[in-house]
Design a protein around this ligand. Structure first.
Ligand code: FAD
Length: 415
């Protein structure tokens, strides 16, 4: 892409004007790509761009993730939606970009891509915004998009003053609805509904679940991890660790199963989530470790290698009959049915689904009913597990809408 852009011999005396709304990863990448070629203005509702990006970085900022054997696009749903987008912004493209920004990165043992030690999320954000401004984009904060008309005229509130702006092209990158305190409050849907553009209710993704724990279990085990477990739901399974919380469960082994649980919730079916506390052993292997020892908690814990909280969970979810029969008990702890009540609220989730319906966008991510308006990032109804895929997907869609605009302008050929 760099070569295409650098070789372009188009020289605009008056640069086309592009307005970008939303200063998250999607809007920032779009601004970075467009700024050398267009008169780009980025408008952010909050007092600074990238507040959710900073929150995402609190537990270690995953900028991307090494692709799985099926390729990067296989991680995203619905299948196929990200294929063209990721072709134009692969992991290599992200690494090149970080290098250009002076942000050193490393790959963790789990395949996640992090900024190098000593480089904070704030420093990454600063490197991106400084570079965008150096490339000619003007940033405006405290500016909230209110409406867009069919000739790309945008009404904004700039510190409560109404201002009308005109543009050749508009990029909307307004985010989803999780963590509304960062500015991503999903309150933008009326802007599109007024044009008959379909939006879908926001629902949580990458979130915790409410589980019906007895008070005594919460008292003794909330805050403790369940390590090396395998969770399963429908045909899907996920291994790793979850945290027992006062409301239920949270954690990386749970998040990939949220789409299946969400579907069950939407279909008003009971939420079926099973846990295997010893995924690497079968029941017979476990029983052989018990030898001739009696069927009691201490012996099971020692022989099966269960943490106290795992043992407590096993006792909670197996009947007396199973507990007293080692083979039954060993079988039961490999398939414990967790009493899941519901998903946690969208406001608490790492990400959301819903927002702009995908059938409302063309393949270049412009809106069918507002063809000079392009949409990027989490405001579109796609989904991915957390761990770098979300941020990468947002950068990639921002990149793609920028290339689509450059293509419409004849600066590059096709996207
Ligand atoms: C706790 C947490 C942890 C996370 N961890 C990870 C992780 O480890 N890995 C990963 O890949 N992802 C992670 N994410 C998700 C990731 O941060 C988001 O997917 C990503 O920031 C979405 O980017 P975006 O550009 O689409 O939108 P956002 O980052 O949400 O930005 C949208 C921007 O638009 C602005 N805006 C909204 N309405 C208007 C309006 N009307 N006018 C003007 N501006 C407006 C908002 O203020 C906001 O700044 C995490 C998120 C959270 C909350």
């Amino acid at each position: 892409m760099q070569t295409d852009l650098q070789n372009s011999d188009k020289n605009f005396s008056i640069k086309p004007k592009v307005l970008i709304f939303g200063g998250g990863p999607a809007g920032l990448r779009a601004a970075w790509v467009l700024a050398p070629f267009c008169d780009v203005h980025l408008y952010e509702k909050e007092s600074m761009p990238g507040r959710k990006f900073l929150v995402a970085g609190k537990g270690g900022l995953n900028l991307s993730h090494y692709p799985p054997p099926g390729g990067m696009a296989s991680v995203y749903s619905p299948p196929g939606f990200m294929d063209a987008v990721l072709n134009k912004f692969s992991l290599e493209a992200l690494l090149d970009w970080m290098n250009e920004l002076g942000v050193g990165v490393f790959t963790g043992s789990s395949g996640k891509i992090f900024p190098e030690k000593g480089i904070t999320p704030r420093m990454v954000l600063q490197a991106i915004t400084t570079s965008i401004e150096e490339r000619g984009c003007t940033m405006h904060t405290g500016c909230s998009l209110q409406s867009i008309d069919s000739s790309n005229s945008c009404l904004i509130f700039q510190n409560d003053v109404r201002v009308n702006l005109s543009a050749d092209y508009v990029v909307v990158a307004l985010g989803g609805a999780s963590w509304p305190q960062t500015g991503s409050d999903g309150k933008w849907t009326d802007i599109f509904r007024s044009h008959g553009i379909k939006t879908l209710p926001f629902r949580p993704s990458n979130c915790g679940v409410n589980v019906s724990w007895p008070d005594n279990f919460v008292l003794h085990h909330a805050g403790k991890p369940l390590k090396n477990i395998c969770l399963s739901c429908d045909e899907k399974s996920s291994t790793g660790e979850v945290l027992i919380t006062r409301y239920g469960l949270e954690g990386y082994a749970l998040y990939p199963l949220i789409p299946s649980l969400r579907k069950m919730e939407e279909e008003r079916r009971p939420l079926q989530l099973k846990v295997d506390l010893k995924p690497v052993n079968n029941a017979e292997q476990l029983v052989s470790r018990l030898g001739l020892k009696r069927a009691e908690s201490g012996n099971y814990r020692q022989a099966f290698g269960l943490q106290p909280q795992s043992m407590a969970l096993a006792k909670l979810l197996t009947g007396k009959n199973a507990f007293e029969n080692p083979l039954l008990f060993a079988g039961a702890i490999k398939s414990l049915a967790l009493p899941v009540l519901s998903l946690r609220p969208v406001e608490e989730a790492i990400s959301s689904v819903g927002g702009l319906a995908l059938e409302e966008v063309n393949s270049d991510l412009s809106l069918k009913k507002l063809p000079e308006v392009f949409a990027a990032g989490e405001m579109l109804n796609w989904d991915a597990p957390t761990g770098g895929w979300l941020i990468h997907g947002c950068f990639a869609t921002g990149n793609y809408v920028a290339l689509s605009i450059l293509s419409r302008l004849g600066i590059i050929s096709g996207v």
